[in-house]
Each structure stands twice: as C-alpha cells, then as structure tokens.
Design a protein around this ligand. Structure first.
Ligand code: OSB
Ligand code: MG
Length: 377
C-alpha cells in the first residue's frame, strides 16, 4: 500500500534549478528492429539533465520516438515544448508539488513532462537519498523479471536463428511484434508450437477493421495481444473482443492517463504502464496504487531506453512483485554502447537491484554519441 502521507510530505521538498541541459544522442543499435511502427537502425535519445543551484545533476529520459508513429510526441517536438513552454514555467526554486502543477498546465506531451519530473526527482534522490519511489513506502523486490521484445522476421528460419541465440538467456517473456502485413502462416504455426511459458504479441495498434481475420489467426493462439487496435478506438474492445473469448488483451498506447486506466482497466486482461507515456513518476505511482487495489495485472513497458531510463523504470518495476515480466531487458541487448558506467545486467531472466538502484552516468559515452547539447538558463 502506498503511504499517501509520506508522499504528500515528500512533495513539499524544495528543488532548485541552476540550468537545464537537453542532450540529444544518436545511439547505434546492434541490429535493425522491425515493428508495425517501422524499421530502426539507431536510437535517437533525449536526456534531460537538471542541475540544481548547488551543482547536483539529475537525469531523466524523454523516451518518445524521433517520429510521431508511436504517440503524437517526437524528439524534436519535445525539445521545442521544453524550450518554449516548460522551461519558462520553471523557477529557480520550487517544491515537487509546484513542479507537478506547472507541468500539468501543458496538455499531452507526457513523455516530455516525464523526463523533466524524473530529472528533478533524481536531483532530490541524489541530495537526500530519498526519491518519490522511496517516499511511497512500497516494498521493492530484489530481482526483477524481464522479457524481450522481438521485431518481425522475414522467415521461420531467421526467427529460429534468433531464438537459438536467445535460448540460454531465459527471458521471462518473449514478445513478438505483429501487424496485418505479417500474415505468414508458417511463422504463426511455428509460434503456436514454441515452448515457452510466457509468449505474447504486440500489434502497436495496427489492426484496423478489414484486417480482423489476420488478427484472429494470432488470437487463436490464446497468447496476450498488446494494443491490437489503434488508440482511441475503444468501442472495438466492447464490440469485437467481447464476442471472442480467445482474445486476451493488454493495453499499451491507449493508456495515457489515470482516467484512461479507470475507464479501461476492467476491460483488459493486463496493462502495460510506461512511465513516460503516462506523464511521469507521480502518475505512475498513482496508477500502480489503482491497479493494486483492483487486482489489475500490471507490468512496466519499455521504449528502448538508454540505461538511464531503463534503470529508473526498473526501480518502478521492483514495486510490482506479482508481474511475470517487464519489457526492461538490459539495453546492451539493443545498443553497442550505453550511457551508464554500471551497465544493467540480467541473470537467468532477472535483473538484480544492484544493477539499477544507483545510476552512474558515463559522460564520455555521452560525449561520443552527442548530436546536440542545448543549455537553458
Ligand atoms: O509497443 O511496447 C511497445 C518500443 C518502442 C515503441 C513501442 C514499443 C516498444 C517496445 C520496446 O516493445 C520494448 C523494450 O523497450 O525492450
Ligand atoms: Mg506495446
């Protein structure tokens, strides 16, 4: 149970601001990743560095994509929103609560606002040893189960090769991206026979009416399907999913706020909460409190963050003892080099607390991959 009194007290903490830095990085990937959203060879990352009056540096990651194909937010838009609308709202000195009130004036732009809040929270945590997560009083587990998100494959052969590579890692979930154009009966058959205790699909909202026959082929496997329909088309769940008991759904893109969760929580088998997508740490904790109370299965999703965002999300995931797996596999799976000195490592499908509790940013790695540094003061 969340300790609301302690949270309220923590929100009165003062956070000072000397300057805000926006670091734009281009991080090379180990391999190309293909989903309904598109193909990607490198990750453009936006890191927010909040420098306090006394020089303490806190970090937050704006994990939206460089294009508006997952959500409306995109990196260069996020930079514009911070420069023109968020930074001017910030004062040299404010409480955590005031910070939340200021950023809540901006409609949408959740990933962007989350990066600001995470950076401010990180400053407080470094100054006092207590961040909002610690103040929540929720117990943390030591080992967090993680799964891997796998792109779409050209053939059974390439899929099989990939799985052979992964065999020893013991990921706690294998999540396969799907879309209407991924209509390959051999692959579907292969996946139906695959032996793994936790398999799921993620359609990234790609199944629009007209393609439901293909969706049904996937649903017939009884695996969870993440975000089958485009966000906002909620009537489809009531109209379509209700009549097909084999449909097991996890919402991702559709849940952007506490209100969305309350409306949809009971119509979905699971929810994937991405702290960025829901607008930050405070909102995430509020939503976890709700899903705990209503026994809604909840896990933490990922956006291929760098070690900074990954570690912060793993800290949140450690508050969910019942989740079978989170999309928070080590960033070394995807990237040639990370931006933290203490890389997140996984053993037997679990990430140990010791690798995500403390974040040690590697400035030399940042320098190497830096595209642009914007200093606001
Ligand atoms: O839908 O969960 C998604 C990455 C970018 C955009 C959307 C999604 C994803 C993932 C990433 O699946 C999973 C991870 O970060 O390991
Ligand atoms: Mg998803």
């Amino acid at each position: 149970m969340i300790n609301h009194e302690q949270i309220e007290h923590h929100l009165s903490s003062i956070i000072t601001l000397r300057e805000l830095q926006l670091l734009v990085l281009d991080i090379p990937q180990k391999e190309v990743f293909k989903s309904a959203i598109g193909k990607r060879e490198s990750r453009v990352a936006l890191i927010v560095k909040w420098v306090s009056e006394d020089g303490v540096e806190g970090f937050g990651e704006c994990s939206c994509r460089p294009d508006p194909f997952y959500s409306h937010e995109f990196v260069s838009g996020a930079i514009k929103v911070i420069k023109e609308f968020i930074f001017p709202l910030l004062a040299k000195k404010q409480t955590y609560k005031e910070l939340l009130e200021k950023i809540s004036k901006i409609r949408g732009w959740n990933f962007t606002k989350a990066a600001i809040e995470f950076a401010a929270n990180d400053v407080l945590r470094r100054q006092t040893g207590v961040g909002l997560i610690e103040a929540s009083g929720l117990a943390k587990i030591e080992k967090v189960p993680v799964g891997i998100s796998l792109g779409m494959f050209d053939s059974v052969n390439s899929l099989e090769n990939k799985l052979t590579d992964l065999l020893d890692s013991n990921y706690q979930r294998l999540k396969f991206k799907i879309s209407p154009s991924y209509n390959n009966d051999k692959i579907i058959k292969y996946l139906s026979e695959l032996e793994h205790s936790n398999i799921s699909f993620d359609a990234n909202g790609s199944f629009v009416p007209g393609y439901f026959e293909i969706l049904e082929k996937y649903a017939a496997l009884w695996y969870i399907i993440e975000q089958p329909f485009p966000p906002g088309e909620l009537y489809l769940y009531q109209k379509y999913v209700k009549d097909h008991q084999e449909f097991r759904i996890c919402l991702d893109e559709d849940i952007e706020s506490y209100g969305n969760l309350v409306s949809m929580g009971l119509h979905t088998d699971e929810v994937n909460i991405k702290p960025g997508r829901v607008g930050g740490l405070f909102n995430t904790l509020r939503m976890i409190d709700y899903t705990n109370k209503h026994a809604i299965k909840t896990w933490i999703g990922g956006m291929f963050e760098t070690g900074i965002g990954r570690a912060q999300n793993l800290q949140i995931a450690s508050l969910l003892p019942d989740a079978k797996a989170h999309d928070l596999s080590p960033s070394s799976r995807y990237f040639k080099r990370d931006v933290v000195k203490n890389p997140i490592t996984m053993e037997n499908g679990f990430v140990d607390k010791s690798t995500f509790e403390k974040i040690d940013v590697d400035e030399s790695a940042i320098e190497e991959m830096l595209v642009e540094r914007i200093i606001l003061k």
